[in-house]
Design a protein around this ligand. Structure first.
Ligand SMILES: [Mg+2]
Length: 370
């Protein structure tokens, strides 16, 4: 396997908490035929980047953590259901729109990008037990037989590989900071034979620092019941899914106090997780682009990337697809969320159904053409 080292310059001189926007600019979802569904939206509020030093906006951060980590229906009032209906109009179910999606994929090579937690596996209290079902594994295995398929996750690639255990997939771990290709025969769909050997680690120099911060965060958060710190090699995750909401602010203070000493690291948030990453310009969107290029689809019009994810960090990939004017972003969520994705699926079960339908459609079209 050829190692391909690419160094991305660190252009930031101070640490920032990059708060993902609580809301994004209005998006018009594409529909079959190139038209758009028009929906009205409520006024939007955007959280700006926050400085790590200083507590004045800590409440805004905690609020943002809540917004990205919904655990239950906010209410059963008609206003909630109106909001949900309006959201579904803007982000229709990928299952309901399956036929339209197929029309968009005609004459194009579908390339699949799948987040792991909350997309292929349910969100569970213990992140070490976020197992995917055997049926999901079989489905993804079949999917990879017909379409190049990559797992794109915040987890380290070794850990996610242990969950997925499919050698024929691409794995982009640590939010794309650690990428490797299939370890089995290259898919016949790969246009570039080098893709099999892709190994991409743009942040290797950060490894000792990440280990150090991991240890400090373990010590610092010991006194917060339910907090769990995970070393994802190029990223440290502080899970707060089991922390009482009243203690989120305290936990955030602790994490910030550790990070004060590390201006080359930045803090972002995902679904019930705070994540510490190198301040290099790399994210799941860049990983998607890198993988497409590695597969030989860099400047092609005859490719349809499909990205399915449930997290704020997946928004970088959804935005990348919008920028490229190519492909489909599918957000996994039961709740209305601000997103750049075009479609939605409610949970991993619906994801599996969608993947199964893709496989069945491909099998039928291949049989028909043989
Ligand atoms: Mg996820």
């Amino acid at each position: 396997m050829t190692q391909q080292n690419v160094v991305v310059c660190n252009t930031k001189s101070s640490v920032e908490l990059s708060v993902f926007p609580a809301v994004t600019a209005p998006q018009k979802p594409p529909v079959a035929g190139g038209g758009y569904i028009s929906i009205s939206r409520r006024p939007r509020r955007v959280l700006k980047n926050l400085e790590i030093n200083g507590d004045q906006r800590i409440n805004a951060w905690v609020e943002s953590m809540r917004a990205s980590s919904p655990t239950h229906l906010k209410s059963t009032t008609s206003s909630f259901s109106e909001e949900h209906t309006s959201w579904i109009l803007g982000h229709p179910s990928a299952l309901d729109m399956f036929d339209e999606i197929i029309i968009r994929s005609m004459e194009k090579q579908i390339v699949m990008f799948l987040d792991y937690d909350g997309t292929l596996s349910p969100i569970v209290e213990d992140p070490d037990r976020a197992f995917m079902s055997n049926l999901m594994r079989k489905t993804v295995k079949k999917l990879a037989r017909y379409f190049p398929t990559a797992i794109v996750t915040g987890r380290c690639k070794e850990k996610v590989y242990n969950f997925v255990r499919l050698a024929e997939l691409y794995y982009a771990g640590s939010h794309g900071l650690d990428i490797k290709g299939p370890t089995t025969t290259t898919s016949k769909y790969n246009k570039d034979s080098k893709a099999e050997a892709v190994l991409f680690q743009p942040a290797s120099e950060f490894l000792p620092m990440i280990d150090e911060v991991y240890q400090q965060l373990v010590d610092k958060t010991k006194s917060t019941p339910g907090a769990k710190v995970e070393n994802n090699k190029f990223c440290v995750s502080v899970h707060f899914r089991c922390v009482d909401e009243k203690r989120w602010s305290e936990l955030l203070h602790k994490v910030k106090s550790v990070l004060k000493e590390y201006p080359k690291l930045r803090l972002t948030q995902g679904r019930k997780v705070l994540e510490i990453r190198p301040t290099i310009k790399w994210d799941k969107g860049k990983a998607l682009e890198f993988l497409l290029e590695s597969l030989g689809f860099g400047n092609c019009n005859d490719v349809l990337p499909v990205y399915i994810g449930d997290d704020r960090t997946d928004e970088d990939a959804f935005k990348k697809l919008r920028e490229r004017g190519q492909g489909l972003g599918v957000l996994v969520s039961k709740f209305p969320k601000d997103t750049s994705a075009s479609y939605s699926l409610q949970d991993p079960n619906e994801v599996m159904e969608f993947l199964q339908r893709l496989v069945e459609w491909k099998q039928v079209t291949m049989q028909a053409s043989s």
